[in-house]
Design a protein around this ligand. Structure first.
Ligand SMILES: Cc1cc2nc3c(=O)[nH]c(=O)nc-3n(C[C@H](O)[C@H](O)[C@H](O)COP(=O)(O)OP(=O)(O)OC[C@H]3O[C@@H](n4cnc5c(N)ncnc54)[C@H](O)[C@@H]3O)c2cc1C
Length: 400
């Protein structure tokens, strides 16, 4: 049990990163306060897609298997190339049981935060953090209203842009290290592949790519994203690109008879880089605040959840040694680099290929022709690949 003498960990932001860290730290007896500017249930602009690894993490955090009315079960991936080639692939069993899911964030994030409270974290909703100050043997957290809080350690889990990141003196993400994405909800949707996550690369919209993800109750999440620097250079507006995406033949077919509900919402995504500074004296950055997003697909939920686990393991070690300096907390950077770095690097390189229509056609043609190539591609799209074989590269170059 936590006592008044236990170190006090203040977590700023109760998204997947913050709640994951809160659950794992509170379970180990730490005194945890979660500060969240919103009140639950709250929406978060997202594609709502949970990869197999994200589902595995949710089970590890004690959420159990999600019922079908909470998350639409997904067991395959469907991709349409610029030339109209379609590639369907079953998610293999070896990827955490071969299951993925699409869970509205309004539901997912509330379940996670309630779990954190259940295992002993204190949640303070409607509290906006505005700054940090270094005090003797503590970090003082300033909120928009009320008294400041003293923390032994602060975890910056406040997404992007992150107040904590700025207050710690970490540089803002450069434009080429991020994207913007928009999404809209549809209802009365009759998808041709209701258990597939659909990815679409429309030639006229490249380098943007779009998705249609099934949701429970005949709904779908439809969206589109593009690298921030390319978007700025093109002068395009994402909501307009989304209209064009929805009107394109492959997508319009999927949305026949469907109705859009609510407004189109967009947000920034900071791309994963191994160079980001995430470890400071008495503080760590997690999830989007650290820039942990798959540069190729824009998926960040699994990285946010896992960074929570890495932070919790690191803090348990650091409290045992009493060293809360950036050096003492370095185990955090070691852990996330060992897990994320090679995947981020590979996906950054692949972005080049995924922006070229003829190259993409070749990739999906080879994936259709050869089961082993399809297996490699599904690892890439689910964020699990750390390398592509020479065999794959040769097949795309010479046979695709
Ligand atoms: C359009 C779009 C589609 C996406 N699709 C997918 C997808 O399908 N699958 C996927 O895996 N990822 C997707 N992502 C990425 C994913 O949404 C993020 O990577 C993920 O939400 C990161 O989790 P987080 O906990 O780090 O941050 P967030 O989920 O952003 O949570 C941050 C929390 O901090 C709170 N907060 C912020 N500032 C303060 C403050 N000053 N004080 C107190 N609280 C604060 C916020 O209210 C929020 O609750 C998408 C992103 C976008 C924009």
């Amino acid at each position: 049990m936590a006592s008044a003498l236990s170190p006090h960990i203040v977590i700023v932001g109760a998204g997947p990163a913050g709640s994951s860290a809160a659950i794992l730290l509170a379970q180990r007896g730490a005194r945890v306060t979660l500060l969240e500017r919103a009140r639950f249930p709250r929406d978060k602009t997202c594609g709502d897609g949970c990869t197999p690894r994200a589902l595995w993490m949710l089970e590890r955090l004690g959420l159990g298997a999600l019922p079908d009315e909470v998350g639409a079960p997904v067991d395959s991936v469907r991709a349409v190339s610029p030339g109209g080639l379609t590639w369907n692939a079953v998610i293999p069993e070896r990827l955490f049981g071969g299951r993925a899911s699409v869970v509205p964030r309004e539901v997912l994030d509330e379940r996670l935060v309630r779990r954190a409270v259940q295992v002993g974290a204190t949640l303070r909703e409607g509290v906006r953090v505005v700054g940090l100050e270094r005090a003797r043997d503590a970090l003082r957290v300033h909120c928009q209203t009320g008294e400041p809080l003293d923390a032994d350690v602060v975890l910056g889990c406040d997404g992007s842009p992150s107040v904590v990141r700025g207050a710690l003196g970490a540089p803002a993400f450069p434009e080429h290290e991020g994207a913007f994405a928009v999404r809209a909800y549809y209802e009365d949707v009759r998808l041709t592949h209701p258990r597939s996550m659909g990815f679409f690369w429309e030639e006229a919209l490249l380098p943007a790519y779009g998705w249609i993800f099934p949701l429970p109750g005949g709904r779908a999440n439809v969206g589109l994203g593009m690298r921030a620097d390319q978007l700025a250079a093109s002068g395009a507006r994402l909501p307009e690109l989304l209209e064009r995406f929805c009107a394109s033949p492959h997508v319009a077919r999927e949305l026949t008879g469907a109705r859009r509900v609510g407004r189109v919402k967009g947000h920034h995504l900071p791309y994963g880089s191994s160079a980001h500074q995430t470890t400071f004296d008495r503080a760590l950055l997690l999830g989007d605040a650290a820039g942990f997003v798959n540069p190729l697909t824009g998926e960040g939920i699994e990285f946010a959840l896992e960074s929570g686990a890495f932070a919790a393991e690191t803090l348990v070690e650091a409290f045992a040694t009493g060293d809360l300096s950036a050096r003492g907390l370095h185990g955090y950077a070691r852990r996330w680099r060992a897990r994320f770095r090679t995947a981020f690097r590979l996906n950054r390189r692949l972005m080049w290929a995924f922006e070229r229509p003829r190259m993409l056609d070749r990739v999906f043609r080879v994936a259709n022709q050869e089961t082993w190539a399809g297996d490699e591609l599904i690892d890439v799209l689910s964020g699990e690949a750390t390398r592509l074989s020479w065999r794959f590269l040769a097949a795309v170059t010479f046979r695709g």
